[in-house]
Ligand binder design. Structure first.
Ligand SMILES: Nc1ncnc2c1ncn2[C@@H]1O[C@H](COP(=O)(O)OP(=O)(O)OP(=O)(O)O)[C@@H](O)[C@H]1O
Ligand SMILES: [Mg+2]
Length: 242
């Protein structure tokens, strides 16, 4: 049984079908990269997995249990599946460490005192120990994005979803955020990324999925999908972005 199994996942906005019957297996500890043209449905798929969007049809199984059944409480699932967006959305009036502690404090009922040690360890691990008391506008974009990742990790999720988390960053700041993903992969975190970083996908993904008009047109190891794609549309996309 895969950690996460999607079967026939479908989602429309009005008359616009955006996910059109997506099947996908993600094994524990795998890094899966979603690639595809703008509008192909990558963000929508990630938002559906985090139950931020209700799906119209299909099944999402986490450890074999259907999490997308209508009527189920989405909150316990969102604790198990973290998500980080392109825009990091830190609260500007709170220090980095307060931003990170907020959700575990409110949702898990842990005191700020109890959170001090595990949260400090997270800042340490990602090279931000000296930035904990800074406010977001005192941090670079790369540092803010790393704080946003730490904030998601502080909930101790089993799966992390990342939606183009380096797209808004200056090129010289992209590397430090990708280093965080590299470290998470080494630790065995299960991850799904929508990304335009083809070099990174090639280096680290266990599986690359090419989305085309709401369907996974092609999936496989990066060498195959990125190096020797079997579909003309995948080739055309790669020719544009590589
Ligand atoms: N909340 C919404 N309401 C209506 N339409 C939406 C909504 N969110 C997304 N869409 C539409 O769904 C389609 C897929 O969008 P989505 O953001 O998932 O694509 P994407 O692959 O992430 O693109 P990009 O690479 O530009 O981020 C687009 O046509 C978009 O306009
Ligand atoms: Mg998107």
């Amino acid at each position: 049984m895969a950690k996460l199994e999607l079967r026939g996942l479908s989602k429309s906005f009005g008359a616009n079908p955006v996910c059109r019957g997506i099947d996908l297996d993600v094994e524990a500890g795998q890094m899966v990269c979603l690639i595809g043209a703008s509008g192909s449905g990558k963000s929508t798929l990630l938002r559906c997995l985090n139950l931020l969007e209700p799906i119209d049809d299909g099944v999402i199984r986490l450890d074999g249990q259907d999490i997308a059944e209508p009527g189920l409480d989405p909150l316990p699932v969102r604790r198990r599946i973290g998500i980080v967006f392109q825009s990091y959305n830190l609260f500007p009036h709170m220090t980095a460490v307060r931003n990170v502690m907020l959700a575990p404090h409110r949702v898990k009922g842990l005191s700020f005192d109890a959170l001090q040690s595990p949260v400090t360890a997270l800042f340490d691990r990602f090279g931000l120990a000296d930035r904990m008391l800074h406010y977001p506008d005192q941090l670079s974009g790369g540092q803010q994005q790393r704080v946003a990742i730490i904030r998601a990790l502080a909930m101790e999720p089993e799966i992390m979803l990342f939606d183009e988390i380096t797209s808004a960053l200056d090129p010289e700041l992209v590397g430090e955020v990708l280093d965080v993903l590299r470290a998470l992969r080494q630790e065995g975190m299960t991850m799904i990324l929508a990304t335009h970083e083809m070099g990174f996908a090639r280096e680290l993904a266990d599986k690359v999925c090419f989305l085309d008009m709401g369907k996974i047109l092609e999936e496989g190891p990066p060498d195959q999908v990125l190096g020797n794609p079997s579909h003309e549309r995948t080739r055309a996309f790669l020719a544009r972005v590589l």
